[in-house]
Design a protein around this ligand. Structure first.
Ligand SMILES: O=P(O)(O)OC[C@H]1O[C@H](O)[C@H](O)[C@@H](O)[C@@H]1O
Length: 208
């Protein structure tokens, strides 16, 4: 006898709603970054609403000890400050033995990595892409689309978050809209023409 089929039709919108409902219940923390908080962009734009949300991170926290995992969602909105796409501030983990996974649920963007030797590279994020962030590597996320970028992430409970020191000029690469196409600007350290150094050397020699 043929077995009865119990197929339940689901739409993408329903699945998405289900995904959002995973972030209900206890032990939730929420971080919202708005235009007024965005001191890490290349420029400012006084015409933008300071209250506009750039991104939101919701974290379902487990207990903080080693071995436990936090689960989180990020919604990174589409937009730009002048030509620079909306992006997260970026961070690395205080406990630099901890890795992370990020799963893209929808949208399109870049995951930018920065290692301790200053190497900077990007991976494309699109629906279904899974990204492994190695231990000791910093990250930033950039939305290149006109839709929100929806991400889930899983991170060790003892990882700890350390923001980048932007005064120090980390993240040497930045992504801009160049006539509708993303373009990378690489900020190289200023070239030392040697004049200052030799002046200091001569002064040191004279004092000997
Ligand atoms: O750049 P942040 O403001 O630190 O936040 C955005 C971050 O959200 C979470 O904490 C994830 O662990 C990160 O991988 C992501 O980059």
């Amino acid at each position: 006898m043929k077995q009865a089929e119990h197929k339940i039709p689901v739409t993408k919108a329903q699945l998405h709603q289900h995904w959002q409902q995973r972030m209900e219940g206890d032990n939730l923390t929420n971080k919202i970054v708005r235009i007024k908080d965005a001191d890490y962009f290349d420029t400012t734009d006084p015409n933008l609403d300071p209250e506009q949300i750039i991104y939101e991170v919701t974290l379902k926290e487990s207990s903080p000890e080693t071995g436990h995992l936090h689960w989180g969602h990020i919604i990174l909105n589409p937009g730009k400050i002048n030509d620079e796409y909306f992006m997260t501030r970026g961070h690395y983990h205080v406990n630099d033995h901890t890795e992370e996974y990020i799963l893209c649920m929808g949208g399109y963007g870049f995951l930018m990595y920065l290692d301790k030797d200053g190497n900077c590279w990007c991976e494309e994020m699109e629906e279904g892409s899974l990204h492994h962030i190695p231990a000791g590597v910093g990250r930033r996320i950039i939305n290149l689309d006109d839709q929100p970028l929806h991400l889930s992430f899983c991170v060790p409970a003892d990882s700890g978050t350390q923001e980048f020191d932007f005064e120090g000029g980390v993240f040497p690469c930045r992504i801009f809209d160049d006539n509708g196409e993303p373009a990378i600007r690489v900020d190289l350290p200023p070239v030392n023409d040697g004049e200052d150094e030799s002046a200091a050397e001569i002064e040191a020699l004279l004092k000997m």
